[in-house]
Design a protein around this ligand. Structure first.
Ligand code: HQG
Length: 186
């Protein structure tokens, strides 16, 4: 998380926890599309607006979005990465993906992925990256020994799988069947 102080990184991780996974720990409820009023979030986390704005703006991956609703109330949500248990519908349109998308994962997962395909696990969607470098950095969060999978996203879309792109450029789909992905040869 380049550009943020350690304290700001901690706030960013708290925001991820509350806005993606466990809003109840802060006494908050996300609306159906994942939004919470900014004022409620500030009160719940006991932070000031300037500190929030710095983390939202300085975040390397634009993880959070702030927008005013039709009622004029400013709200914030995480752009992607929600747990299934919070039951958020981001309302993203179905879009045509590029022919190939990428997924970085620890090599230890490879045999299981080749057998079962990519599953969303605890999240709402499987997350796919638009380029190899991003996929590598996603995989490296978990292991030094990372494989990059090439996903035949174009073929999947033609076979009826829906793809969405989050506001911060992460590609989302429900699952990738085995047979429509392979290990990338360098
Ligand atoms: C693996 C970060 C075995 C999958 C990133 C991954 C991303 C399987 C793990 C976002 C499997 C799930 C999400 C199968 C999937 N057998 N392993 N059949 N199917 N897996 O964290 O994609 O920094 O839920 O390969 O940038 O790693 O938080 O998904 O290793 O966009 O904003 O199961 O998190 O964003 O792990 O990361 P995750 P992910 P932030």
């Amino acid at each position: 998380m380049t550009g943020l102080t350690p304290e700001q990184v901690r706030l960013s991780k708290r925001l991820s926890l509350v806005l993606r996974h466990r809003p109840e720990v802060a006494g908050l409820r996300l609306d159906a599309n994942g939004w919470v009023p900014v004022a409620d979030l500030l009160a719940a986390l006991k932070i000031v607006r300037a500190d929030l704005d710095e983390v939202v703006a300085g975040n390397d991956k634009s993880r959070f979005a702030i927008a005013a609703g039709p009622d004029g109330v400013e709200r914030i949500r995480a752009s992607q990465g929600h747990s299934r248990r919070v039951n958020v519908d981001l309302g993203l349109p179905v879009v045509e993906p590029p022919a190939t998308l990428f997924h970085g994962t620890p090599r230890a997962n490879l045999a299981s992925i080749m057998r079962d395909g990519l599953r969303p696990r605890a999240r709402d969607h499987v997350h796919l990256s638009p380029d190899v470098a991003t996929a590598l950095s996603v995989g490296r969060r978990r292991s030094a020994d990372v494989v990059v999978l090439e996903v035949a996203a174009g073929a999947m879309a033609r076979a009826g799988h829906a793809f969405h792109r989050s506001d911060n450029g992460v590609w989302l789909t429900s699952a990738v069947p085995p047979g429509l992905l392979h290990e990338r040869s360098e």
